[in-house]
Design a protein around this ligand. Structure first.
Ligand code: ADP
Length: 438
């Protein structure tokens, strides 16, 4: 096959050479060599200019047939035409891929929306129309004007999209949605919204079941504990073997009571809506109370409990939940540190965030258990936690509260040497208030 890019200047060259020789011969005969050479060269120049003009006209619309030409010009024109055809083919291919991608995204049950770097809606699929109620006139509108739930606005503006956001649907009461945002390009965002109603309902059933069972257990437990207390009060009148049995029954009843309370606390934490407004929490003051309570509780063990809190450092969050989490960490340190042990509570901040650390020089935890410690009912050592009356839910509560505050828990421990639990909060939650003297 001929290669159209293979230049063939030989023919043009021969034509010019022969033309010049003939012109020189004719010029010699008529006595005007220079003139006849000039005429021939002008003719060649004119021919090339004419071809150039045809090329210019054709380049305006290269979809037209290639103009008929000769020699090198024909090679140039066909070469350009072939390049353009390859470009069209590649473009058609690309358009086909884009169209297929659009069609498949349109067929998805999940709502898919493209949001530009200014936070305005660019494109969405039919499911987004149905799930979020987007209409043609919403194109170019800020997405936070269309989805107005305060927690969505916070989530969208904060820009920390590692975790999704669950919200009840504004458009379809009773349905629940999960929003997931991913960045791409120059701060453009792809938002996918899932309908998680089924999953939400199943979770709700489980939570309700646990909450109901715990609640129902409370009354019989109170009655049992009451009678046990009365019987123990009359201890001297009872045989020693009954005294021992009653003592154990009371211990187990207290344990069950703690379990029911922790289960109720966990289900309360789980059933709280995501869009609660956080308050400014004076963590220093809260820790001073927890510290005092722990000191009062553990007087007999003779622990040395110290507290160091950065003055005026507050946290944007849920006060009651944070109190449960921090007291659980302190209670654990007290429980798992033998008599005369050291327990240190520290609250401070740096440019990366704010930190609450509870360290002790107690019995410690084998590192193999650390990744699973925050699971419900996971115990590093069943014997030791039943000895301390633990429920196995304390760290699950801590984890849950921290998750709600988008915070993390760092656990370091050495078996036999002690443990260090650190809650790490993002700098965006830090607030500084003038320190109050108490
Ligand atoms: P529990 O009610 O059993 O204490 P938690 O969820 O609070 O349950 O803790 C889970 C397990 O982690 C405990 O059983 C215990 O083995 C271990 N643990 C927690 N805190 C400490 C600590 N400060 N020192 C040693 N072990 C700890």
């Amino acid at each position: 096959m001929n290669n159209p890019f293979n230049p063939m200047p030989d023919r043009e060259f021969s034509e010019i050479l022969i033309g010049c020789l003939l012109a020189a011969a004719v010029g010699f005969l008529i006595g005007h060599v220079a003139l006849s050479l000039a005429v021939v060269l002008a003719w060649f120049l004119f021919r090339n200019l004419r071809e150039l003009e045809r090329l210019r006209v054709w380049l305006k619309d290269t979809r037209q047939d290639v103009p008929e030409s000769e020699g090198t010009w024909d090679v140039v024109l066909k070469g350009i035409y072939q390049l353009r055809r390859e470009e069209w083919r590649a473009r058609d291919n690309l358009l086909g891929i884009i169209e297929r991608a659009r069609t498949s995204i349109s067929a998805l049950e999940e709502a898919v929306t493209l949001i530009d770097s200014h936070g305005n809606l660019e494109w969405w699929n039919p499911a987004a129309q149905e799930l979020l109620g987007l209409r043609v006139r919403d194109r170019g509108q800020p997405v936070i004007n269309l989805i107005r739930a305060p927690s969505f606005i916070r989530y969208f503006n904060q820009g920390a999209y590692e975790e999704g956001l669950r919200l009840p649907s504004q458009r379809h009461p009773g349905r629940h949605l999960q929003f997931e945002i991913t960045r791409f390009g120059t701060n453009d965002r792809l938002m996918i919204v899932y309908d998680i109603t089924r999953l939400h309902n199943l979770e709700q059933m489980r939570k309700d079941f646990v909450a109901n069972v715990s609640h129902e257990l409370r009354t019989p437990l109170t009655v049992l504990s009451g009678y046990l207390e009365t019987l123990i009060d009359q201890g001297d009148a009872l045989e020693p073997r009954w005294q021992r049995a009653l003592g154990q029954m009371e211990q187990q009843a207290t344990r069950m009571n703690n379990l029911v309370n922790d289960l109720l606390l966990l289900s309360r934490l789980e059933s709280q809506p995501d869009d609660r407004e956080p308050q400014v929490v004076d963590v220093g003051r809260m820790l001073r109370q927890i510290h005092q309570d722990a000191e009062a509780m553990e007087q007999p063990k003779g622990h040395v409990l110290t507290l160091e809190a950065e003055p005026g450092l507050c946290l944007l969050g849920m006060e009651a939940d944070l109190r449960s989490a921090f007291s659980n960490l302190v209670t654990n340190a007290v429980k798992y540190t033998p008599a005369q042990g050291l327990i240190h509570i520290r609250w401070w901040s740096d440019s990366q965030g704010a930190y609450l650390r509870v360290s002790d020089n107690g019995i410690g935890i084998d590192p193999v258990h650390i990744p699973r410690l925050t699971e419900r009912f996971y115990r590093a050592d069943a014997a030791r936690s039943s000895a301390t009356g633990g429920t196995g839910l304390g760290l699950a509560i801590v984890k849950h509260v921290l998750m709600q505050h988008k915070a993390t828990l760092d656990i370091r421990s050495d078996l036999g040497k002690g443990s260090r639990f650190t809650c790490c909060f993002a700098p965006t939650l830090i607030r500084h208030e003038p320190a109050v003297l108490e």
